[in-house]
Design a protein around this ligand. Sequence first.
Ligand code: MGD
Ligand code: MGD
Ligand code: MO
Length: 792
Amino acid sequence: MARAQRETEEPQDAPSQALTPLSPPVQPPEEPRPPLVGRLSEVAGGLPAVISTMKHAWGEMGPVRGTRLLLKVNQKDGFDCPGCAWPDPGHRSVAEFCENGAKAVAEEGTKERVTPDFFRQWSVADLCAQSDYWLGKQGRLTHPMVLREGATHYTPISWDEAFALVAEELQALPTPDAACFYTSGRTSNEAAFLYQLFVRQFGTNNLPDCSNMCHESSGTALNETLGIGKGTVTLEDFDQAEAIFVIGQNPGTNHPRMLTTLQAAARRGCEIVSINPLPETGLNRFKHPQEVFQLLGSGTALNTQFLQVRINGDVALLQGLGKALLEREAEQPGTVVARSFVEDKTLGFEAYAENLRAVRWEDVVERSGVPREQILAAADLLARSERTIFCWAMGLTQHRNAVANIQEIVNLTLLRGSVGKPGAGVCPVRGHSNVQGDRTMGIWERPKAAFLDSLAREFAFEPPRHHGLDVVDTIHGMHAGRVQVFFALGGNFLSATPDTELTARALRRTRLTVHVSTKLNRAHLVHGRRALILPCLGRTEHDVQAGGPQFVTVENSMGVVHATRGAVAPASEHLLSEPMIVARLAAAVLGERSKVPWVSLVEDYDRVRELISKVIPGFEEFNRRVREPGGFSLPNGPREGRFTTASGKAHFTVHTMPREELEPGQLMMMTLRTHDQFNTTVYGLDDRYRGIRGGRRVVMMHPKDIAERGLAEGQVVDLTSHFQGEQRVARKFVVVPYNIPRRCAATYFPETNVLVPVDSYAEKSRTPASKSVVITVAPSVELAALVEGSTS
Ligand SMILES: Nc1nc2c(c(=O)[nH]1)N[C@H]1C(S)=C(S)[C@@H](COP(=O)(O)OP(=O)(O)OC[C@H]3O[C@@H](n4cnc5c(=O)[nH]c(N)nc54)[C@H](O)[C@@H]3O)O[C@H]1N2
Ligand SMILES: Nc1nc2c(c(=O)[nH]1)N[C@H]1C(S)=C(S)[C@@H](COP(=O)(O)OP(=O)(O)OC[C@H]3O[C@@H](n4cnc5c(=O)[nH]c(N)nc54)[C@H](O)[C@@H]3O)O[C@H]1N2
Ligand SMILES: [Mo]
């Protein structure tokens, strides 16, 4: 079997923590009952959203705490929603949250607790047998816990001893590069800034983060072409756009408040085009759950055009759009191409145009899967609209050619002169609520020289200049024994990363794994020789330090930096804030080596912000400006038509249309989020809009692809992925016929991360290609039969 084949690749010199058959499983267990499949929802929001909001909020937190917390979400004196990074409007309503934001708040605000008693009852092996949903439901972590070498259970440890333990392991390393420091995107600016400073003073740039798996492709693509790794629009631009393209994104589930913005745009006549392999409900019709009259009516129609692209058919489609625009320009010169913009502000137009002239329509249609008339209709809108915004998310960033996907969007934008003016621009819609801010604060394995120079100047030390490890490198590094300490500020590295089984073996080879977390997750259960869980305050909670009550800051998807203040008492008196954890750790590890007054800095977070304002451009007078209601916007050259590339111009780029790589019988699989999860956190077992309930192990397929394989609706199948001669298997998924293009399939993340090959990632950005997984589907083989088969 292919798994055995990978096993033999394991390096011989790695510390002996090899996976024995006795090691507990690393994937979530199968569900007891098959899911129920009903009809797709036609309308997003509405009464079901209100009911679900109340169920989660009151169910987890009780009516008093629940209502108190919800009324503080995204308010100017409240806390930033721990859900997505969609910005808040200037004028806030009393209830500035969505159904899924309420679930995120409830998940953190829950009344349940995971105490030392809980860990006494449950061994690590027993916890492994529980589902992700169950793990999350046990509640908030209350005490620092340690898993000592050879132990079966986590036991309590004091904070001092915990920091000393990390210091001891870090100091024993042959080189600082033998440690990796991961960050998930909920970490505040203050904690992130201190963390990267600590890591660089320790001596490494090994700062992999969730962004490596998320919008890294967007950052890479935009940096190269526009000179900034971020979007160029603000929320106000949506009020003026004439056309909005939503590509590879499911806002109804993942950015529900974006539907309010799209609804307002649609009501004033802005046209919305959705490009997606699936007819996602949120983009179809929307009833605002907080508009009482809306709850009963039929909702607002949102998209005017839906282009049902094949998985990874976007380069073909976007090139088709460009080709159509150039053909119109040839017919009526001077009407489509923004000549003066292209001449004054850009480079490379001729090469781009020449490439598109050579592109054949047959290839565009075949590889995109979208009929030519539909492409022409969308091009017609692009040609008419003077103000177009392009939004996208994971449907574009998680493919081998992800950077090309995004740069083809940039090409269209430049061709139409649709950037650097109101109502127009590019909008990568960020995931985690502060993932963008963490990057701004220096959480990056490939920091720019200018940033390191500022650190060096302000803190009088020589930061490491060589690039550090990203997520993919970190997995390989641990697996090869080169990385021996893994530290995570938030997140769930085991379940979020590709190649779950390999990542598990990698983590199990380390000397120490440490997780700063709010909730229990599978990454705590697949550990190094020793392991620590360090429980921290959540964003919803009061943060009081020696200098009094504190607030922290975050940056939303559109570059607005603002304050966030907790609204309720901490889940346990033993929790520390993230900035405090980082500061005490830094003091314990660096000791006399560091001149930074770590612990006194975090007595008052203004002191941390003072340092940020000295190091990071755009944060001048940080403490004053962040106290203004709504915060402040970071500078953004391209937004003002100033391109910050080396040439000072925006760049057109030329890309080869990717080829279809499927062999007969194979499908292209994308891994998606349900309506009931936040990444690896599972809130419930329903995907309401897609009509799938009570289970997550499903594979959505075109009815003809099901029939062609002799399969039937509801049948239990095994999925096998194929990559460079390697195979990976995930068992027991239920077949669901779905409105999806031929030879495409969809499953849920993280259950199918086991199928994503670690070395299948985007060119340049190295983002795992978790939306381009080549699979075959076959009737499930019972384990017994399998063993028989392999011994015969
Ligand atoms: N409630 C909730 N909110 C979230 C999250 C969550 O898990 N739950 N996660 C947060 C995070 S970290 C992120 S990054 C975002 C993720 O937000 P999304 O990117 O919306 O999340 P996905 O579920 O990965 O959905 C990808 C979408 O792209 C489409 N797609 C897949 N492949 C292709 C393709 O090849 N081409 C095109 N055109 N479309 C494609 C899919 O059909 C799907 O609609 O959401 C954030 N917000
Ligand atoms: N196959 C596949 N894989 C994917 C994706 C995909 O679409 N398909 N998406 C990728 C994307 S876009 C992303 S962003 C990554 C997400 O990767 P991660 O960010 O690593 O994962 P999360 O599930 O968001 O992390 C959840 C955990 O964070 C902890 N946590 C929550 N709040 C806090 C807090 O305030 N502080 C601290 N310290 N901890 C907290 C909790 O313990 C919780 O269990 O996954 C990636 N993986
Ligand atoms: Mo993300």
